[in-house]
Write a new protein. Structure first.
Length: 271
């Protein structure tokens, strides 16, 4: 038997979030790895991400302008470091906190940054707060978030903006498909009503099934139970809501459907 090979798939995504007065007290997720497909129900099929660039534009106007430290050429290294530290942490400021979580731990504060009023604005590279290398890896069960904290000078004001931007390379590693290839498919179209009905019987050879709600007025609800119930199960929104069964979430049992009103449901089943 030939050895099973791994395959890696990758894509690039951007981080783009803004804090302002109406969001200043919220903890906002900056990045969480995306799903391989919006229809996948298996958590392990979420990408893992490598944050390769993460910057923040800081535009603070609600506090007095931060003084530029007077660093005399005769000052010692200790005096210079102390002056810069005092400017960052003892002058009027806001505070940005970064948090990390995963499936086994709640949010943990991993870094804090002072936000000063420097005219007209300034940028800060946040990647250095996360890693000493050129990227920071986020596992498929993890997320990175940020929050503004009141440290005695209030939260963000009307003319305060803190904007995050960056890039992430996402990857997922899967085993190469060694299974049976699709050789035939059957097309279906049902008028689903408010009475539950069996739409597909169990099929031990099923490899894929795709359902699309083409109704413009009513939702359709799918169930793996003998009787589907409106408002429960897999919801297909009106105007094109869809669901797919494939190798990542394979189910070969019977499928029933019900709708909030008379709705057309089209589908294919492949074997």
């Amino acid at each position: 038997m030939a050895p099973t090979l791994q395959q890696s798939y990758s894509r690039s995504v951007n981080v783009l979030k803004t804090f302002q007065q109406n969001t200043a007290n919220s903890r906002i997720v900056l990045y969480q790895p995306g799903l391989v497909s919006p229809y996948d129900r298996v958590a392990s099929l979420r990408y893992y991400g490598f944050i390769t660039d993460l910057r923040v534009k800081i535009d603070i106007n609600s506090i007095e302008e931060s003084p530029i430290p007077n660093l005399d050429v005769t000052s010692s290294r200790t005096d210079r470091i102390t002056a810069v530290r005092d400017m960052e942490w003892r002058s009027p400021r806001k505070q940005l906190d970064l948090f990390l979580r995963n499936s086994s731990s709640d949010w943990v504060n991993i870094a804090s940054v002072s936000l000063l009023n420097r005219m007209p604005y300034y940028h800060l590279n946040l990647l250095g707060y996360l890693s000493d290398t050129g990227a920071f890896c986020i596992g498929n069960d993890s997320a990175l978030a940020a929050q503004i904290t009141d440290v005695g000078y209030g939260l963000l004001g009307v003319r305060d903006y803190v904007s995050f931007f960056g890039s992430v390379r996402e990857e997922v590693t899967v085993l190469a498909d060694q299974g049976t290839q699709i050789s035939f498919s059957a097309d279906f179209n049902w008028l689903v009503t408010q009475q539950s009905a069996l739409i597909l019987p169990a099929n031990p050879n099923r490899l894929q099934a795709t359902f699309i709600n083409t109704s413009l007025e009513h939702e359709v609800y799918l169930s793996y139970n003998p009787v589907a119930v409106a408002g429960r199960g897999i919801t297909l929104m009106r105007g094109g809501g869809s669901y797919e069964i494939n190798s990542s979430n394979l189910y070969r049992g019977a499928i029933s459907a019900v709708a909030s009103g008379a709705a057309n449901l089209s589908a294919i089943e492949a074997v």
